[in-house]
Design a protein around this ligand. Structure first.
Ligand SMILES: [Zn+2]
Ligand SMILES: [Zn+2]
Length: 257
């Protein structure tokens, strides 16, 4: 797969020297996308159709709410609601049909679990669950992150300064380690692949070890006997640990204002 290469943002993210440069990129994309969806682009028919179909996840509804454009948010919700109602009504019909089938079946069949109605109910439940798990913003962010992961590996292969910077960095968070590994397995081979995987694993492992110590230091500060003990790097150890394990979601914004 070919992606458009845009190296400057990736280099910028690396220079932040945080727990994960890809998390910094993801956050940048996310903030831009949230603005975009409340702006003019959402009125484009193509985007509108996708919003109607997919809607937004809880996290992104929250972010949209914080933007204080209730009208824009409500307009998108309204058409998404209308699309979802159609699907939900069809799932309700399936569930009701199943329940009817189940209750009308002879006792023996029901006892043997062969009335067939429960399958319909479970199918309806699955449809409802799927309706609640799509998000156009998450999809858009994921697409952008594929492109950034590709660019990241392109830089690693073509820019020795980037290679050195990555080897000396704190690596990446675990979900983004997976992203880079998957992309590297598709796009790279031989010695370069070996170097990348080693740098990725070693830098990330060293960072995990450091975090473990920092986080322990943080917990020890809650003991009054350690009141005078210096904080060292422990002050934001909890936020940095969460970033490393789950990708950035709490603590200071990964990108400077
Ligand atoms: Zn990350
Ligand atoms: Zn989302």
């Amino acid at each position: 797969m070919r992606y458009h290469i845009d190296t400057i943002p990736v280099w910028d993210a690396m220079k932040l020297n945080g727990e994960c440069p890809l998390c910094a990129l993801r956050r940048k994309v996310e903030l831009m996308d949230v603005d975009r969806y409340l702006g003019a682009s959402v009125m484009e028919p193509d985007t509108r159709i996708q919003v109607n179909e997919k809607g937004f996840c809880q996290r992104h509804h929250k972010m949209l709410t914080e933007k204080k454009n209730k009208l824009g948010h409500a307009l998108m919700c309204h058409t998404h609601l209308k699309t979802t109602m159609k699907k939900a009504f069809s799932a309700f019909d399936t569930a009701k049909d199943g329940a009817r089938k189940e209750s009308g079946a002879p006792l023996m069949k029901r006892m043997m679990g062969k009335a067939g109605g429960k399958e319909d109910i479970l199918r309806a439940a699955k449809q409802l669950r799927e309706m609640g798990s799509t998000c156009i913003l998450c999809d858009s962010i994921d697409e952008n992150m594929q492109r950034y992961a590709y660019t990241f590996l392109h830089l690693y292969q073509n820019d020795s300064a980037f290679r050195r910077a990555f080897a000396a960095s704190r690596g990446v968070c675990l979900p983004d380690a997976a992203l880079l590994m998957e992309m590297a397995a598709c796009e790279m081979s031989g010695q370069m692949l070996k170097d990348l995987i080693e740098d990725l694993c070693n830098a990330t492992a060293a960072s995990l070890v450091k975090l473990e110590g920092d986080l322990e230091g943080f917990t020890l500060k809650f003991d009054y006997r350690n009141a005078d003990k210096p904080w060292g790097d422990s002050r934001d150890a909890l936020e940095r640990t969460v970033t490393k394990l789950r990708s950035w979601c709490i603590g200071e914004e990964p990108n400077p204002k």
